[in-house]
Write a protein that binds this ligand. Structure first.
Ligand SMILES: [Zn+2]
Length: 348
């Protein structure tokens, strides 16, 4: 209801129309809250001042009118929310300030969600992998070795061309290293020779304990101490379950969940047994560093010079540059690794 403005006096600086209630009366009267030369006041339809000064309380009923209390005497309500804001300025109760009140809580909720996402992103896969490892039957891991070796033989590797005496030399070292290496978690450590030009001088371990040595490694590094160091390092990847962890990490989360649910279907077996991912697996820096530490202890215990592993990496750096050949591109930087190996070897 809009009241004729002349009922309220002149020189309005702003006004809102509504209804006033006297504290002691149950009836309401049409009224106007206005600001003029006399200041802010509530007037009735006749222009009589009901009370003066700013409201002592003001609240907005969500989607409804704005209620104002003037001391103990009068209440005033109006639907003209915008008019009230123009007249009195933004309220403490309006959405702007309520957002300020809610902000810390909203912020906490958003921060909580982000932390949750971060945890899942950073450790979710590790947690899944740990679960999958715990649920993996020991016997199954040796079939992973067999399957992967067969897959590699189809696509990546060829029968060894090493001489019998070279093979025997490596076998003797392997036997000595095996005797001093930590316990193999999934059956025994076994040695395989393969010619694999694409991966150059290399040795790698399959999760069940199969260690593959390439012809190029024996040809380029025909030094028992170096070979002992490398074998010690590879066996450490097995005993620490790095190989199985890396294999599982390379699988999709879907497959890991299926595995934990006990649903080891044919698709999963294909992935695990036929996957050629193993040959290109990259261990984390932590895994490499811990395999270096254990490998050095093992080769020293077996009677070899553990510092030889540093020579291997020095030679690799010379041949392939600081980052090494492609297969070890995610390994720790060679310079850093060589320093650590020398230090560890000196401590033996
Ligand atoms: Zn390694």
């Amino acid at each position: 209801m809009t009241l004729p403005s002349n009922h309220y006096g002149q020189n309005n600086f702003g006004a809102v129309d509504g209804y006033a209630y006297a504290a002691q009366l149950s009836t309401r009267v049409s009224a106007r809250l206005l600001r003029d030369a006399q200041g802010l006041r509530l007037v009735d339809q006749a222009g009589e001042t009901l009370c003066t000064g700013a409201p002592s309380e003001r609240e907005r009923i969500s989607g409804g009118p704005c209620l104002m209390t003037f001391g103990t005497a009068w209440t005033f309500d109006t639907d003209d929310i915008q008019g009230v804001e123009l007249l009195l300025g933004p309220s403490d109760d309006d959405w702007l300030s309520s957002l300020e009140v809610w902000h810390p809580r909203l912020f906490a909720v958003v921060a909580g969600c982000l932390i949750g996402v971060l945890i899942i992103w950073k450790w979710g896969l590790d947690i899944l992998v740990a679960g999958a490892i715990a649920l993996t039957p020991t016997g199954f891991v040796s079939t992973i070795d067999t399957g992967n070796l067969a897959a590699m033989d189809r696509f990546l590797t060829a029968p060894t061309e090493l001489s019998q005496s070279d093979q025997d030399m490596v076998r003797d070292i392997f036997a000595a290293i095996k005797d001093h290496a930590p316990y193999a978690p999934y059956g025994d450590y076994t040695l395989e020779f393969r010619k694999a030009d694409v991966i150059g001088p290399n040795a790698f371990a399959l999760p069940g304990g199969t260690v593959v040595v390439t012809d190029a490694l024996v040809n380029d590094f025909n030094d028992p101490n170096i070979i002992a160091g490398i074998l010690g390092h590879e066996l450490a990847h097995v005993s620490e379950r790095h190989s199985l962890r890396q294999l599982y990490r390379s699988l999709s989360v879907y497959v890991l969940i299926a595995m934990m649910a006990g649903d080891v279907g044919p698709i999963l077996e294909d992935v695990l047994l036929e996957g050629s991912a193993l040959a290109s697996l990259a261990y984390s820096r932590d895994h490499e560093a811990s395999a270096d530490v254990i490998g050095i202890k093992t080769s020293h215990a077996a009677g070899y010079d553990p510092a030889a592993l540093a020579e291997f990496f020095e030679q690799l750096t010379e041949d392939y540059g600081e980052s090494g050949p492609e297969w070890m591109s995610t390994h720790p930087s060679n310079a850093e690794r060589i320093e650590t190996i020398k230090k560890l070897a000196a401590e033996q």
